[in-house]
Write a protein that binds this ligand. Sequence first.
Ligand code: NDP
Length: 500
Amino acid sequence: MNSFNPDSVSIDRSSFIGGEFAATGGTAIGVFRPSDGHLACEFREATADCVDRAVESARSALRVSGWSDIAPRQRAAVMRHWASLVDEHRVELARLESLCSSRPIAETMGRDLPVVAELLRFYAECADKSPGEVFDTARGILSFTQHEPYGVVAAITPWNVPLLLATAKFAPALAAGNAVVLKPSELTPFAILRIAALGVRAGVPPGLFNVLIGSGAITGNALVRHPGVGYVTFTGSTQTGVTVMCEAAQHGIKPVSLELGGKSPQLVFDDAPDVAELASLVAASLTRNSGQICFCGSRLIVQRGIADELIARVLDEVRAVQAGPTWHEATTLPPIISADQANRIDAIVKRAKDAGAQTLVGGKRFEHKGGQFFEPTVLTGMDSTNDAVRSEIFGPVLTVQVFDDYDEGLALAAHPTYGLAAGVHTRDIDKALASAREIEAGTVWVNTYGRGNDVVSPFGGFKQSGFGKDFGLAAFDKYRRIKNLYIRADRDQRRTAPRA
Ligand code: NDP
């Protein structure tokens, strides 16, 4: 039984700089438990001075430890050890992760922590498996590429799947020989702080991986601007991504990668296989993490012949969810992360209804033992201009649109700005491949939806959903620069050659 008492969880209360928990002098920031509204602790925000300290300790750790110059297999050994410590501390980390986030303990134990350990192992394996290239050149010329790390990578991450999304950044960046300064969302810092401390125990040189607790406006902004940062990797909303990209450009033309928002369609044709299984997938898109998942398939676009049966089954599934705190094993509908976010969801649903949407189920926020929740909500009767169909809601809200033919379905699936992910459900492989090609999105799932425990496949959006990939080898490669060495290798030979 994974349920736990939230008052029994011991937490770390400061940023992690130079290999230890360190005092930071900024204003107090309260971290609240979304499940019951209790204050878990107050942090002192990491100010611009702390950002300086963290970047400096990252640079110094790189210099002193030689992390980027040692044999990649040595880095791999440290990361494998770190993964085994994560396995050993799985219960403690899962509780820390569930305490102040929207991740139910069943999910953090069953999915997030195993994936986090697997990411550390996967990037340990990458460390020496992706060498440079040697090019065909004129005889006497040796031209080849070497990979070099960027130095200090600034990573900024959101609250919705905090530890896993942070690990998807720091694990490849470190394995590639960089140092990392990570600013997680101030709402969900606890498991990330603990994993940083475990890293030092595993042999990560102190200072190589720092975690700064603070707001985006103060800590995040100072980090992106810092002249000692060589690369910025960001996951969050499109709006903040724009700011981060502008700041990175204006303060050193730093390369950035952006994993941003989405409004992903699930395109279901009449010949979709296994309607019961499909209904569970669609319902999970709406209820898992209460819809607070970047790629959740929040737009159901379904062909008329199958629509009634599928919608009826989805409604049955969502009516069966159990709202509750993240520390209860049985919870399948967790809280909304904050009252502000619950208000935002509420406002969009109200606007959708004012514009003519009908509610098939749900539609209201509710409070449960001090936590903010939102009923799983299915809306229909809207065209694509409705706010609920266009905007990323980041809550348990599904819009349904019905189509008659292939072209109409594809037109509805297209989104004017987002292109993060999509699902296509059909038994016809030609139709699946054709529609996957038509849909402008970084991932198209066919007859399934979501990443499961996959760490191998790259993930990242098109259009305003961002660029650059997290996960897979692509994420490892993005944290390395390519240097070409072009060597004229025949000179000595000619000089010493005997005269005819
Ligand atoms: P935000 O964009 O609000 O915040 C993301 C991170 O950026 C937080 O750590 C935040 O700090 C920080 N931040 C805010 N302003 C700045 C700034 N000016 N400079 C530097 N950093 C800043 O997103 P949310 O945390 O609300 O996360 C939800 C969003 O993330 C959704 O849009 C979702 O789609 C997207 N997302 C995308 C994923 C993907 O893979 N494409 C995966 C998961 C989420 P703080 O909040 O502490 O102030």
